[in-house]
Design a protein around this ligand. Sequence first.
Ligand code: SF4
Length: 346
Amino acid sequence: MNDPVLSAIEHSAEALEVRHDSRWIVGYSGGKDSTATLKILLSAWKLATKKPPFFDLIYCDTGVENQILDKYIKNQIQDINREAELDGLPIRTTILKAPVQESFFVKIIGRGYPPPTNSFRWCTKALRINPVASFLKAATAEQSVVALGLRRDESQQRTRSLEKNGSSHWQRQRESTFSYDVYLPILELDVPAVWDAIFGLTKPRSISASDLEDLYRGASGECPIIKSPQSPPCGSGRFGCWTCTVVRKDKSAEKLIRSGYTQLSPFLEFRNWLAEFRNDPNARWKKRRNGSEGLGPFTMDARYEILRRVDALEDATGTEIITSEERGMIAALWKFDDVPRLSFKL
Ligand code: SF4
């Protein structure tokens, strides 16, 4: 039987040859699946006779990434850039970010959005999918190939969607005004094969497989960056936002804390509090913003309380959680909902 990593490399080399004149964009989260995808594409690039000049590696920074992982990924991107410059690694990196008015705490504290749930998961679109879609649109995606680390065995839901979409390495992704080809190099890989690729393939040299493995003792899964039927919901643990209330328990953070990253504890406590606070009817308008029945945005008192707790968390951890630009935007938004409190200084 063929080694799954070798066949993924061979398949990818063929894909690169067929689409050598396209721009190749690789979605990167720093997690195991996108790391394996990148390594396989680089090995395939070496093998291919005709190939694109480089890969565009895109990383979407939500501004609320788990602190440990955020530091790891940003260092990783710096190291990849250095390797590209010194060793001619065919990679160009871009960090994407949602506009300030879309950021997590501006939505929650400024507009009063309830923290996301499975049935109202506004964050993935605002924080990850839209910034990536804008990048792709500007990159004339119609002629591009977007490589993603989706795998068939990741979840039953994923498997069903992939089957429905022809279960091929190639998929067509439609956005509202454009569409593009998606290539899935590790579609057939299971978790052990993903780790084989990460440990066995050398480039980029700057990615330390054992550092990544250490982080994965706690975290797993990756929140999607394109809106596609193949994309999974955030699972029971993931490389994602420390504020994520979509999952009932943040098992990634819990495991990271148990394995020694105790500095995450105050963040996890805040997240747990926010997930509970969302369900308090006294903290919410009695109607939705559009006037329909049902719990609406957070009241102004509730938003003030959330801000107070974020400020306390910033002080306790010595980290900036809400930037000054975001604070300015929150103050501007409060003018619409809170005339009496206008004088409050953010
Ligand atoms: S990790 Fe959670 S909070 Fe972050 S974008 Fe994904 S679903 Fe939303």
